[in-house]
Design a protein. Structure first.
Length: 117
């Protein structure tokens, strides 16, 4: 189970890189790219899978309060990224607040993962 968990964690980090990396790359002209939506979905799916596997790993002590907050933020990122991707597909203007909401909340989620023990 540990190997599967680590594979999922790797994919989860790639999803985070998709969300935050594109946000940082487009900082001069903030927008929401469809790959940010894909990264948010990757994070949600792998995060849920890791939460399911975590109790089966020996000597793990999951903090479900932290994981619940991270899940709620992840859902918010996915919803905002989906709204932004749909607007981009229609050719509508994407507000700066929406773009920064996706990237900023993604960055906050990374910070919670790393800094909250």
């Amino acid at each position: 189970m540990t190997i599967l968990f680590n594979i999922l964690l790797f994919i989860h980090v790639v999803g985070a890189a998709m969300v935050v990396g594109i946000w940082i790359a487009n900082m001069k002209k903030p927008t929401v790219h469809p790959r940010q939506r894909d990264g948010a979905y990757v994070q949600l799916i792998t995060g849920i899978a890791m939460m399911g596997i975590l109790p089966m790993i020996p000597n793990s002590d999951p903090n479900y309060f932290k994981l619940g907050i991270k899940f709620a933020i992840g859902v918010a990122v996915a919803v905002l990224a989906t709204i932004g991707a749909r607007k981009a597909k229609k050719g509508e203007e994407i507000s700066t607040g929406l773009a920064h909401g996706v990237g900023g909340l993604g960055l906050i989620n990374i910070a919670l993962a790393v800094l909250w023990n």
